[in-house]
Design a protein around this ligand. Structure first.
Ligand code: PMP
Length: 439
């Protein structure tokens, strides 16, 4: 068998791509995220990965699901395995409206478009709204996958700072003033109000009406991305921005963190006027979202105690968050600071001046711990003193061990930086610097 296979294509920096002059201009900004580049090495068993954001699915009731999947095929197989509508199946859209009601959203199922994960929603809204050169405002730092979509459509990202209460309204006002002064067209604010990826902070309830008001005043749409909203560690939920201004907010939701990421089922709730264009965009991207997967989600929601399941997930993540925070407190050297998430998957760490988290990463991986360096979460190269640590996947013991290893690497970076100056200056990435794939 194997001898008939063509040789594995050669890729890498020394092999010129023969298609190079054919690519569309918009591909110029398409580069593998730092997180993706890390995935292979970080998944080796000896490495404690605090890098990826993979949901911890261990608590899922696999036997129940397996029976349900069998029932779907037996009872409705010819529908489940057929094309469906680009809009999504009606039963699931009804259920999605009930879920969103938990965050104060009153929506009509007609305005919900089911997508292949909320990542597809991000791609579609960017496709619908952004011409090359348009400005998108996003928190700094922001979700890597969103930055990838903005870059693919050649939008320019302007970051606005957050503090422990989330996006800073005055920063948003200032960014909008600057853009207007420069004659730039701001298309939307992209925001993750709850349990932010990667910052781990939540927009305070007090700031929410203000953010909505500022965007309205400046004629800027809001894209509210909320995959973690039901993962508050005390079971708390926050009023969605969409509930405050239904006509000016496009809301993105997902079953990836509350059920199963591999099913790839998410949704967009759009203002009624936008909905039709969204369905057309969805149609041209995928014809329709997978009928079978939608039916699995719908049956699960209808027949299983899904809220009880989300509670189990939350408790699981809470235990891991606690392990992460106490390990950071115990091991990290003085001069480091971090956020204190009350839900979600991530802690955002700032390290002392002189340490460059991207340059440090190969050494951390050698010490058998991986994280996501901060620069990947900014469109403008900022973030070299930051890193994202995910606590969602490893066990609490592994988290503690990972942080202990990380602290040792940080200590030695800080020593070197005190002796020789900025670590960045010593480690310009080049052929002699081992890539994370080779250490
Ligand atoms: N938005 C944010 C903020 C995320 O963290 C993620 C996944 N990590 C997504 C969107 C995409 O999620 P999915 O496509 O699995 O629904």
């Amino acid at each position: 068998m194997t001898e008939n296979r063509p040789a594995k294509p050669q890729t890498g920096r020394n092999n010129l791509d023969p298609h190079l002059d054919r690519y569309a201009a918009r591909t110029a900004g398409m580069t593998a995220s730092e997180i993706r580049a890390l995935f292979a090495v970080a998944s080796r068993p000896e490495v404690v990965s605090l890098a990826g954001g993979m949901p911890n699915l261990a608590a899922l009731p696999l036997d129940t699901l397996s029976a349900q999947v069998g029932e779907i095929i037996a009872e409705e197989g010819l529908v489940a395995l057929q094309y469906g509508s680009a809009h999504g199946i009606p039963a699931l859209r009804d259920q999605i409206c009930e879920i969103m009601a938990l965050e104060g959203i009153k929506a009509h199922p007609d305005d919900v478009v089911v997508t292949v994960g909320s990542q597809m929603g991000l791609d579609m809204v960017t496709r619908l709204f952004c011409d090359p050169g348009d400005v998108v405002i996003a928190e700094g730092p922001s979700y890597v996958g969103a930055l990838g979509s903005f870059s693919a459509y050649q939008a320019n990202v302007v970051h606005v700072a957050m503090d422990e209460h989330g996006l800073v309204p005055e920063g948003l006002r200032e960014a909008l003033r600057q853009a207007e002064k420069a004659g730039q067209r701001v298309k939307f604010l992209y925001t993750i109000p709850n349990f932010h990826n990667p910052a781990g902070v939540t927009l305070s309830v007090e700031r929410r009406p203000e953010i909505v008001e500022i965007c309205r005043e400046h004629g800027v749409l809001i894209i509210e991305d909320n995959p973690y909203g039901l993962l508050g560690f005390d079971g708390q939920t926050y009023p969605a921005l969409r509930s405050l201004d239904p006509d000016n907010v496009v809301y993105l939701g997902s079953f990836s963190k509350t059920f199963a990421s591999g099913l790839r089922v998410g949704w967009v709730l759009a203002p009624h006027a936008v909905r039709e264009k969204l369905v057309l965009a969805a149609e041209s991207a995928t014809l329709c979202p997978p009928t079978f997967n939608q039916m699995i989600v719908s049956r699960y929601l209808a027949t299983h105690d899904w809220k009880g399941q989300v509670k189990k997930f939350r408790e699981n993540y809470r235990e891991r968050r606690d392990a992460m925070l106490s390990a950071l407190q115990q091991y990290l050297p003085p001069g480091c600071s971090w956020t204190n998430p009350d839900g979600g998957f991530y802690v955002w760490v700032t390290v002392p001046e002189g340490v460059d988290t991207k340059a440090m990463l190969p050494r951390a991986v050698t010490a058998r711990v991986a994280y996501a360096s901060g620069t990947g979460f900014y469109a403008d190269g900022f973030g070299s003193r930051q890193m994202r640590l995910s606590y969602c996947y490893p066990t609490p013991e592994r988290i503690r061990e990972g942080v202990r290893r990380l602290a040792a690497v940080l200590e030695s970076e800080m020593d070197l930086s005190r002796t020789f100056g900025s670590v960045k200056a010593r480690t310009i990435p080049g052929p002699e610097t081992p890539s994370p794939d080779t250490v």
